[in-house]
Design a protein around this ligand. Structure first.
Ligand code: ADP
Ligand code: UVW
Ligand code: MG
Length: 398
């Protein structure tokens, strides 16, 4: 019998990422990405053994992409080795404090949270349903972005809105990227030799979506994202924090209804909106180096907001041992890390410029010197966490 495999699925709002993990392995033997924009000539890009191949998907939506992924695994002769499927589910509300084996009751609960994450949960549910239709015998597990942040105290998770909104409608801060924050927090404690029961860390997960979290003794005690993944830091196309008082004014000036404002804040803002060029940090760094003013401003605002939030999050800790950068931008952009850390000198953090410049494209490690809090880069691995939780909850030992 060949080695048991766990299929990890991350159905995002407009893309599908997957990985096929031998039980216990940190890296997938097969992975891929599909843009699910619904146009006829979308592609799934597969990566195996360092080689890339692409496959057209008719219709280019999540369900076609996922069926194409399953067919591709079948064609490789590996489908019979897949023993369980793990899904990233973005919103688990207050119901889920940990990952869960998917039962009809759990699925109903995920559906109930869809109103809180309308861009993410419906795609996550579609993934679960397509897998059930194609592979009905396999156990499926949901790994929630929100679960790790359920340890936040009420002072951190409540908005100063009428309490009735929380009681009757679940309006509160939930936080996201918990799977990444959980993995990176454990790795930081191990790599820095911190006491598992006595530490304080701030993690900045900077990808297309971005959030920072304060971790005290292994638990999340505050984070920058809120009821939805829009609050907090500047992101690729999301605004992060905006004065709620400005929204009626913007709506009136631009003739936008609430759906229009939602689109403006989620899709047209952030690095893209500020730079008027791109949501991609690499493109902005190249343009900034050539003097493109919009890109320079976008990076400045990104670093300012990030440093300000890191400082704020530190107030939930007894002590700041480390600031950790992760995600595509956090792991690769020495420029944004340097710009951010330069604003945190009040905390006694001293950047080691050479070590910072070395950390890119897979190289990670400590990027500070001196006796102050450490700054460091850790490569996140959300898919590995999903594979581990899936194996555990499905009772698979390897
Ligand atoms: N070498 C690099 N330098 C600067 N930014 C980078 C580099 N490589 C990737 N990025 C940035 O990382 C971001 C994507 O992060 P990632 O974590 O992959 O996103 P997602 O949230 O989709 O998982 C993009 O803004 C991209 O430009
Ligand atoms: C919750 C969230 O923002 O996720 P992503 O970074 O994948 O968009
Ligand atoms: Mg990511």
């Amino acid at each position: 019998m060949s080695q048991s495999l766990i299929l990890v699925i991350n159905c995002g709002s407009s893309s599908l990422k997957f990985g096929l993990f031998p039980v216990g392995a940190e890296e997938p033997t097969l992975s891929g990405l599909a843009e699910c924009l619904g146009d006829a000539d979308s592609r799934v890009v597969f990566k195996a053994d360092g080689k890339k191949s692409t496959l057209a998907i008719a219709g280019g939506a999540h369900d076609q992409a996922l069926e194409a992924v399953i067919e591709h695994i079948r064609a490789r002769g590996e489908l019979d080795s897949v023993v369980a499927v793990g899904h990233r589910v973005v919103h688990g509300g207050e119901r889920f404090h940990a990952s869960a084996l998917i039962t009809p009751e759990v699925e109903t609960a995920i559906e109930a949270c869809a109103a809180l994450a309308p861009l993410h949960n419906p795609a996550n549910l579609l993934g679960i349903r397509v897998v059930r239709a194609c592979l009905p015998a396999l156990p499926q597990v949901a790994v929630f972005d929100t679960a790790f942040h359920q340890t936040m105290p009420r002072a951190a998770y409540l908005y100063a809105l009428p309490m009735k909104l929380y009681r009757d409608h679940g309006v509160r801060r939930y936080g996201f990227h918990g799977t990444s924050h959980r993995f990176v927090a454990e790795a930081a404690v191990a790599e820095l030799g911190l006491d598992a029961a006595d530490h304080g860390i701030v993690i900045a997960h900077l990808g297309n979506g971005a959030s920072a979290a304060a971790i005290k003794n292994g638990a999340s005690v505050d984070t920058t994202m809120g009821m939805t993944p829009l609050e907090g830091l500047v992101m690729g196309t999301r605004s992060g924090d905006v004065d709620p008082g400005s929204l009626a004014y913007i709506g009136e000036k631009l003739g936008l209804d609430l759906a229009g404002i939602d689109k403006l804040l989620n899709k047209e803002s952030g690095l893209l909106g500020l730079s008027e060029l791109s949501n991609d940090c690499r493109t902005l760094e190249e343009a900034a180096a050539e003097g493109h003013e919009g890109s320079i401003v976008a990076l400045e605002v990104f670093a300012h907001r990030l440093a300000r939030h890191i400082g704020g999050l530190a107030t939930s800790l007894d002590r700041l041992d480390a600031v950790v950068f992760t995600g595509g931008i956090g792991e690769n952009s020495d420029k944004l890390r340097a710009m951010t850390l330069a604003k945190l000198s009040a905390f006694g953090i001293e950047v080691d410029a050479e070590a910072n410049a070395r950390c890119t494209r897979g190289t990670a490690g400590v990027i500070s010197r001196g006796n102050g809090p450490k700054a460091m880069v850790i490569n996140t691995n959300e898919e590995f966490v999903i594979a581990c939780d899936t194996a555990e909850l499905a009772g698979i030992t390897g």
